[in-house]
Design a protein around this ligand. Structure first.
Ligand code: ASP
Ligand code: MG
Length: 412
């Protein structure tokens, strides 16, 4: 049975990271599907290239592009590879001013994963590991919802399964996370941080024994170590806990990751890439117990939008479906909802879709909003924890149940 390993940008940010990946791959003797993100902060850098191009600053874009290529060349050299011979990196920026911004985004930003996987595949091959490089834009079929492409699971599963079951397939396959392709051959992306989701899909399609996400943290912690000094490792979680955590904003796994795994009861491990033999965390249906330590989760960059009916209508009774149609149509991601007789407030991720959505809502309601907010969710809370959490913070809105508290907080 196959295992799926996923390596994020931080774990392959430099030559040492790639060597470490090699070490982890060598620890396995069975079939291995390795899903890899773009190296380090490449995706952000590619986004900046696109912004420059869209603003007509071609010169600046070219400089930024060359810098990205140079970084990859430097890593290749450090790994003993010959740029231009072992791997030929794309010369021209894949950009066409006749296309929309979002379509260009997918053609350009997907290059990060293409480059990282090409380098890693060739490197492993040179180290004597039998690997094959897979081009996911040809294998993972999606629609053309640029930047948030929807995966056609039936087609993708059949294609990927066929490639995997081929006789004489090398033991290790290297594939890009985060990217897929349309029927007519254009590259698409699945949404930022989407590589975890790709790994989960692979696990599902291949009926994998397990999926492991290698990260720069010891596993799933009860709080973000960058924000809280004392964190506790949670060794075992139920699928439902993991969904809840990632939905609340825990950066540890992409929210779409759990479903394809839960469907087939495939365990998901989160392990530290710096210490591959550590146990890390395991998400599965093996545990029945809920998490027994308080968990703190921040979801940043929120905007709280409040709608008030123009004619004193009771919003909940009369306008709910209208509001949610608009929210859905504009692809807003809702993190919390609260209502009163004549108002409804929704807290959403402050994405690029928000301004248009507010415009649309404004046509029907009196709309006010506050931005620069964070949503803090505390699970397994106690009165003392509650007291401490809200202390000294500007709380715009709170919701508490017996076990869970959520605060919408003004960012300081
Ligand atoms: N490289 C992509 C990103 O940074 C996908 C991923 O890392 O999961 O968003
Ligand atoms: Mg990443």
């Amino acid at each position: 049975m196959a295992k799926v390993f996923k390596f994020g940008g931080a774990s392959v940010k430099d030559a040492n990271g790639v060597r470490n990946l090699e070490r982890i791959v060598r620890m396995e003797s069975g079939d291995l599907m390795v899903v890899v993100s773009a190296m380090g902060k490449t995706t952000n850098a590619l986004e900046r290239v696109l912004e420059s191009l869209a603003a007509g600053k071609d010169e600046q874009a070219l400089g930024q592009w060359v810098e990205i290529i140079d970084q990859h060349v430097a890593i290749m050299k450090e790994l003993g590879l010959q740029p231009g011979v072992d791997v030929r990196l794309q010369g021209e920026i894949p950009y066409d001013s006749a296309r929309t911004y979002d379509e260009n985004y997918d053609q350009l930003v997907s290059m990060g994963e293409i480059m990282s996987t090409q380098i890693i595949a060739v490197y492993l091959l040179k180290q004597g590991i039998p690997v094959e490089w897979w081009n996911m834009p040809k294998l993972l079929r999606t629609d053309d919802t640029w930047r948030e492409a929807q995966v056609d699971n039936a087609t993708s599963a059949a294609t990927i399964r066929a490639g995997w079951d081929r006789p004489n397939r090398p033991r290790v396959v290297i594939a890009q996370g985060f990217i897929g392709g349309t029927e007519d051959g254009r590259r698409t992306t699945l949404g930022r941080e989407g590589s975890d989701y790709t790994a989960a899909l692979m696990g599902n399609y291949l009926d994998a024994e397990s999926v492991t996400i290698w990260k720069d943290v010891p596993g799933i912690l009860n709080a973000d170590p960058r924000l809280e000094p004392d964190t506790i490792l949670i060794p075992k979680l139920r699928y439902a806990d993991a969904v809840e955590l990632s939905y609340s904003g825990a950066q540890i796994i992409h929210p779409k990751t759990i479903r394809p795994l839960e469907n087939k009861r495939i365990p998901l491990y989160v392990k530290p890439f710096g210490e591959p033999t550590a146990t890390g965390s395991c998400i599965s249906d093996e545990t029945k117990e809920p998490i027994n330590v308080p968990v703190y989760i921040w979801r940043k960059n929120q905007i709280l939008i409040t709608m008030r009916a123009k004619d004193f209508a009771f919003v909940l009774e009369e306008s709910l479906s209208e509001i949610f149609d608009i929210i859905h149509h504009h692809r807003l991601k809702v993190s919390l909802i609260q209502s009163s007789a004549v108002t409804i407030s929704v807290c959403v991720d402050n994405t690029r879709f928000v301004p248009e959505a507010i415009k649309a809502l404004n046509e029907h309601f009196l709309v006010t909003y506050n931005d620069h907010l964070s949503l803090l969710t505390i699970r397994g809370t106690t009165p003392e924890i509650l007291e401490r959490a809200s202390n000294g913070r500007i709380v715009m809105l709170s919701q508490t149940t017996r076990r869970t508290a959520r605060f919408v907080i003004k960012e300081s």
